[in-house]
Design a protein around this ligand. Sequence first.
Ligand code: EPZ
Length: 418
Amino acid sequence: MDKIVIHGGERLVGEVTISGSKNATLPIFASSLLAEGENRLHGVPDLKDVKTICEVLKNLRVKIARGKGGDYLLDSTDLIGHEAPYNLVKTMRASILVLGPLVARTKRALISLPGGCAIGARPINLHLEGLEKLGAEIQLRHGYIEAKTKGLRGADICLDVPTVTGTENLMMAAALAKGETVIENAAMEPEVVELAEVLNKMGANISGAGSSIIRIKGTRRLMATEHTIIPDRIEAGTFMVAAGVTNGNIHIRNCDFEHMEAVVNKLREAGIEILREDDGARVIGNKRIKSVDVKTLPYPGFPTDMQAQIMVLMTIAKGLSVISETIFENRFIHVGELRRMGARIKVEGNRAIINGVKGLSGAPVMATDLRASASLVLAGLAAEGETEVSRVYHLDRGYDKLEEKLANLGAHIRRVKA
Ligand code: EPZ
């Protein structure tokens, strides 16, 4: 397993261009199952999770061609598959995103039940209950979801929690259902809005995406389209924190400011200067980081995917900060590793209380999930001495050439191949 080795203490200076959004790419790739013809996608990030969703789609006989850079062609005209096997789904739970489109297009699906993961149980009950409301018959047998339908029909669905992939799965299924579907308490993330835009370009009739009530008027057929993936707001936020923890000064290209209000406001409160510049942001660190309290919430609140990253900033802030994680039940695994680097953090239930210290010290640490691994890299950038992050395959799932981008900003960072 590869490791990343960092010699901390370097100020990050220069320019970085953010890659396409992982969490927009995955549902948009899954939506290719709904449309006949060639979907032409651009700005797709080079990630392990993108490779995995391609494996899942190829297993369903979707034709996939990769052009230069982030260009992809996906053609499901001759879609005949309906199974997403355990060996693929177990590596990426977001494979569940093929369930809705498969049932809508082929009237059946056999999808391995995604298990839990490091950060929580990650149930999918709302995906399944919503599909049943749309007229699918769901059976759970031998670790698989067996879904079939005589034809999906529009329904009123009210979600207990604003599940992101649940909203996306149901929106895709409803796009080909007969009649109108209303999804209440829908997730409002920018990636949900992006998916609705792609579906409408395919010929769907969706309104309200980005609000908590989404209306979908089913259509008979959808036709392939062309689309460029939005930038990854979590990668952009990660680089903003990188500038903050190294007292750096960086220009982040290709980032959507309006998708990052909660993160930008919180980082400004902590003393980091963030200005609009060209197609992105200018981020200027500060020697005196102030401690701030953070509570993760569904969009437009502070994103849970930025919780581990801002925690690193708080470990070297002046004073006491409290971070409350309200989305996932076990998303503080990075705390133990940060403590090894000298951080003073106490966890009480879903709250982490951080006492800022003068500085962190480099140490060997282990990544446990995608965003925790990013936080350990950030800690290594700030720490005195050498930090070795192991199990960086977690990082490769969701960050496109992270160490290359950081090295270009002046970080002393390298990947050691296993
Ligand atoms: C999406 O996961 C993202 N993944 C996650 O990003 C992100 O952390 C999460 O949304 C929250 O923003 C993708 O978009 C591919 P949820 P998802 O369903 O959809 C509960 C990353 O780092 N819930 O919105 O799986 C669930 O337990 C990843 O890029 C149910 O109870 O998250 C959780 O507490 C990590 N029943 C809450 O909802 C359900 O049927 C939010 O989960 C579904 C969810």
